[in-house]
Every structure is written in structure tokens, then in C-alpha cells.
Design a protein around this ligand. Structure first.
Ligand code: UDP
Ligand code: MG
Length: 318
């Protein structure tokens, strides 16, 4: 029988876990001919998420959990999930029931038809502010333009991945992760399905604008070096203009005598060049920071407990 892993990253989700489990159980009970593993990744929750998971595991042996040694963020929690998943396919699901588990049968159906990556694209986003929707839309438009890979707009991490996609993602062990870009980057046979995203069932969002901003920078710097090129380009244009301006000044000085009232133009040139330099340094700094982080070559996460077994290292489970 084929085994399907349902991987659920959870950070302070005590309020929804029981509801999630019962909704999942309802959906899975209708799928005959498959075995299921519900793999929870407890991303260093400070609430009762872990004890609840342990309790659920006693009732339902299909549940496994990976307890990370601290909060590493959803991107890394998902990698821990990929490493520990045993299934022939893996479905990534948010704990807060914003991704309806009712789509799972359709995903499995398409997987059986030969698709490797069945991703859910949302029609609407209930319970999110217009500002969040707008910023996210603009971000994807920009990212699409500057990077050469297609990153699906309005698509979260809710998707089914064939085992070989999971295998591919396990190999991508960069520290500053932008998993949504990786799904596109690895390629394979993709299929899109549409759904309406619900509002959170309970609890509050774990995101804030500072985390989103980090993710946006991660998204850009991990998939494109266009900003570096832009800064060299801007530098080139500005130097060219400055050179032309110097010619004008020299010409004027020779033929019309020395100019005394040069203060405003001098100041504006200095400030403008200063700005461009700061900007370019910042861009270089972003990439340098990434290089620094990658060269440390640290493990990406540590596991505290895997299904009751005390572990500590972060490697794919054989
Ligand atoms: N999450 C996580 N680690 C974190 C933040 C979030 O594992 O540091 C999980 C969270 O428990 C949820 C999923 O990632 O299952 C999505 O988080 P959330 O619903 O807060 O984000 P949103 O849907 O608002 O983008
Ligand atoms: Mg959510």
C-alpha cells in the first residue's frame, strides 16, 4: 500500500490541533487503499502544542512528530519535515486549517495520474487585510520580473509533492530558505488546482511584517543576482553623467572664467553619488551576508525528540 505523509509545521497551535486532527481524520477515512502518516513538526512552540501532539499520538498511531530544539521558522521546519517524511508522496498543510484538507483526495487523484507537484492556488483570501494581499501581489510581480523562474502567485505551501520532489528538496540545504522558490526551481510535472482560502480556524497568525520583509529579501537574493547588476548599472549611468558634467564644467571654466556660485550643483552631485554608493553597498552586503551564512556550514536545525526518541542532529531519516 502507498504511504502518504501529511506534513504539518506547527508553532503555538494548541487551539487548533484537535479540530485539525478530526477534520483530517474525516477526510482520510474516505480514502481507501492508502496508508497515512500525519507528521507534525513542532517548531519550538511555547504553548501546549507538544503535549497535545503526544496525546494525539497515543490515540492515533498514524501521528508522528518531530520536536525541534527551538523555533527555527516555518521554512526550516518544513525542511525538518522533508527529512523525516517516509511517504511515497508528501502533502504540506498549515496547522490553522487555512488550507482545506478536503482538497487532499483531489491532490492524490492527480498524483496517481502522474503529476509530481500538485499545488493549490487560492481564489480568494478570507480574513486577510487588503494591505497584506496588495503587498504580497506586488512582491510576486517584482520577483517574477527580476528572477528567471516562475514563482506562482497566490500559492502558498499547500501542495502534494511526489517522493522524488521531496528527495530533491532535501538536497537543497541552504540556510536562508525560500521554499516557495525551490518548488519552482526543482521543476518536475506540475499541476495547479484552485481553492478558496479560509480564515484561520483559531489562534493568531505567526507572521508579521518584519518576517514577511525578511522572506521577501530571502526570495529575491536566493533566486537572482539582478540587484547586483542593477547597482553596477546605476553606478555606470551615474558615472557617465558625472563625466559629461565634468566636461561641461571644464569647458565653462576655460571659456567663461571660473564659476564662483558652484555650491548647489556640487552639493547635489555629492549627495546623489553618496546615495547611489550606499545603495550599492547595501545590495552587496545582502549577498555577502548570504555567503557568510552559507560558509558557516551549520546544520539547519536540531531535533529534540522524534516520536519519543531523543535525537539531536538534523539529517534525513533513512
Ligand atoms: N509556523 C511555523 N513556525 C513559525 C511560524 C509559523 O512552523 O515560526 C507554522 C504555523 O504553525 C502554521 C504555518 O506555519 O502551521 C503558517 O503560519 P501562519 O498561519 O501563522 O501564517 P499565515 O497563514 O498567516 O501566512
Ligand atoms: Mg495561516
Amino acid at each position: 500500500m502507498k504511504l502518504i505523509t501529511i506534513m504539518i509545521p506547527a508553532y503555538n497551535e494548541e487551539e487548533v490541533l484537535h479540530q485539525l486532527h478530526s477534520r483530517l481524520t474525516d477526510v482520510l477515512s474516505e480514502l481507501v487503499g492508502y496508508e497515512f502518516e500525519m507528521l507534525f513538526v513542532n517548531d519550538g512552540s511555547q504553548d501546549r502544542t507538544l503535549p497535545i501532539l503526544k496525546g494525539l499520538r497515543e490515540m492515533d498511531p498514524r501521528i508522528s512528530y518531530v520536536d525541534l530544539s527551538r523555533n527555527f521558522g516555518k521554512e526550516t521546519a518544513m525542511l525538518a519535515g522533508f527529512d523525516h517524511a517516509r511517504g511515497d508522496a508528501l502533502i504540506i498543510l498549515d496547522a490553522d486549517l487555512q488550507d482545506p484538507p478536503e482538497l487532499i483526495p483531489l491532490m492524490i487523484d492527480l498524483w496517481e495520474q502522474g503529476y509530481d507537484d500538485v499545488f493549490a492556488k487560492r481564489n480568494s483570501r478570507t480574513g486577510e487585510t487588503w494591505f497584506k494581499k496588495w503587498t504580497s501581489k506586488k512582491f510576486y510581480q517584482i520577483l517574477q520580473k527580476v528572477s528567471h523562474i516562475d514563482i506562482e502567485e497566490d500559492t502558498g505551501d499547500f501542495r502534494l509533492l511526489d517522493k522524488r520532489c521531496v528527495e530533491a528538496l532535501r538536497k537543497m540545504r541552504e540556510t536562508q530558505r525560500y521554499t516557495k522558490g525551490m518548488f519552482s526551481w526543482i521543476g518536475f510535472n506540475k499541476k495547479e488546482i484552485m481553492f478558496d482560502r479560509d480564515a484561520r480556524a483559531a489562534g493568531t497568525t505567526k507572521w508579521n511584517y518584519s518576517k514577511l520583509f525578511d522572506l521577501a529579501i530571502e526570495g529575491i537574493t536566493s533566486f537572482t543576482t539582478v540587484p547586483l547588476r542593477l547597482s553596477s548599472f546605476a553606478g555606470f549611468i551615474v558615472s557617465l553623467l558625472a563625466f559629461l558634467y565634468i566636461l561641461v564644467i571644464v569647458f565653462k571654466t576655460i571659456f567663461f572664467g571660473e564659476e564662483i556660485t558652484g555650491y548647489p550643483s556640487t552639493m547635489s552631485v555629492i549627495l546623489f553619488l553618496g546615495g547611489i554608493q550606499m545603495l550599492s553597498l547595501g545590495v552587496i552586503g545582502e549577498y555577502l551576508g548570504r555567503i557568510f551564512n552559507e560558509t558557516k556550514n551549520r546544520p539547519l536545525y536540531f531535533v529534540n525528540d522524534y516520536n519519543g526518541e531523543r535525537k539531536f542532529i538534523s539529517s534525513p531519516v533513512e
